[in-house]
Design a protein around this ligand. Structure first.
Ligand code: DNO
Length: 412
């Protein structure tokens, strides 16, 4: 019998009781993705993480559109297990403009997703920009590529290209000095590339901005500090989570990447205390977290094993990847076991949480998990990759994740 297509990999805890079932998943960007669903399946995933990127942010996802995508995924022998993301509009984040309509639309989209039996929804609350890098194609000496963030490069963009008001106040003098020297060395082509890297919307958000449009957006956030943004998130959750709970949908906020303020914009999903604040905003099994080891992990102040332990009961979805970082707020994405995040420690926390939940419910904790970004390796090189979303790089990470889990469980 062929068991390779089972949707969950079921693992018994020691003593043969229920424990945890991982839903090994893969983020697929829809028909425009160069990676096909057949390849996703061959790469070792059973679940698909997907979104309807063609629908403008704030609009309703209709049952027809959701169903059409679901069928496409199922026809390939896979299952759509998580929505990443049902995006939250800037109006909702600012609590202005069309925010009331957008919140109603969000609820309608949740109802429609529930009708199609999709039970986990990831979203973020980062103002304007989603994940940010200064270099999307960093060459490594083994011939592979990764992405990275250098604070002085970001400062060069902010201070000398965007010329944001009072930007220099956000950086230490030595960073500004380095930024200026760096900026002076850039050719026009390199300046354009840097601007595109920061403003061109990375996969996930797909929003693109000209510098003028971006400045106008920045201005529209004037007066919204951390406290205000948290209030707006709290308002949004109080509106939406009760609906999600009624529908049996789990909402899972995605952490900020990187987990610190950028371009004067507040970020509020950056630390363990932020995460605790958010889950306390609405007490509901539907108000949870996406544990993203990479996003949180680039903060030298974040210990991922400890975070996983402290927020474990609220985790609904997991992104696993590794990074190296320093105290100067520079970082680089890294191969799975070789970075500053203790991947073994994090996965052990998930296994413990599975046992804790199973002891209460008597059932496995079914946890969707995906390899997050991968390096560009082997046949990825020279291909048009969505930054971070390579085929072979992610496939290698997925294989390492499975091996790690099986190894840990067999030691129990
Ligand atoms: C980056 C992704 C993020 C994530 C969103 C969730 O690769 O993890 O873009 O999808 O922030 O809303």
């Amino acid at each position: 019998m062929d068991k390779s297509n089972n949707i969950t990999a079921h693992y018994l805890s020691s003593g043969g009781q229920a424990g945890i079932s991982f839903l090994y998943s893969w983020r697929w960007f829809g028909p425009a993705d160069r990676i096909t669903l057949t390849q996703v399946r061959q790469a070792g995933a059973a679940g698909v993480v997907n979104a309807l990127h063609q629908i403008p942010v704030g609009d309703v996802w209709s049952v027809e559109a959701i169903f059409e995508r679901k069928k496409m995924i199922e026809d390939a022998g896979l299952t759509w297990v998580v929505v990443e993301s049902l995006p939250v509009s800037e109006d909702i984040k600012k609590k202005s403009g069309n925010y009331l309509q957008h919140i109603e639309n969000y609820k309608t989209s949740l109802r429609n997703l529930a009708q199609c039996a999709i039970g986990t929804v990831c979203y973020n609350f980062m103002p304007i920009l989603d994940w940010s890098r200064t270099n999307l194609k960093q060459y490594l000496e083994d011939g592979t590529y990764t992405s990275g963030f250098h604070l002085h490069v970001f400062a060069a963009f902010d201070i000398f290209m965007l010329k944001r008001n009072n930007a220099h106040a956000d950086y230490k003098p030595e960073v500004i000095e380095k930024a200026e020297a760096y900026y002076k060395m850039l050719t026009d082509g390199q300046k354009q590339e840097l601007q595109d890297t920061i403003l061109y919307g990375l996969p996930g958000s797909m929003e693109t901005y000209t510098p003028e449009a971006f400045k106008a957006m920045l201005k529209s956030y004037e007066g919204i500090d951390r406290k205000k943004l948290k209030e707006h998130l709290c308002y949004f959750l109080n509106q939406v989570v009760p609906v999600a709970e009624e529908l049996g949908i789990k909402m899972a906020v995605h952490p900020d990447d990187p987990p610190w303020n950028l371009l004067g914009l507040p970020r509020i999903v950056s630390t363990v205390s932020d995460l605790k604040d958010i889950v306390a905003m609405v007490d509901s099994p539907s108000n949870g977290i996406t544990l993203c080891t990479g996003s949180l992990g680039v903060g030298h102040f974040n210990n991922l094993t400890q975070i996983a332990r402290e927020v474990a009961p609220y985790i609904h979805f997991v992104h696993l990847r590794n990074v190296i970082r320093d105290e100067g707020l520079n970082f680089q994405e890294q191969t799975f076991f070789d970075g500053d995040v203790d991947m073994v420690g994090v996965v052990k926390e998930l296994l413990n949480e599975g046992q804790r939940r199973a002891a209460i419910t008597g059932e496995d904790w079914v946890l969707p998990l995906r390899p997050d970004h991968g390096h560009q390796i082997l046949g990825d090189i020279g291909q048009e990759n969505y930054p971070g979303y390579s085929l072979y790089g992610r496939m290698k990470n997925l294989a390492e994740i499975k091996g790690l889990i099986i190894g840990l469980l067999s030691k129990e």
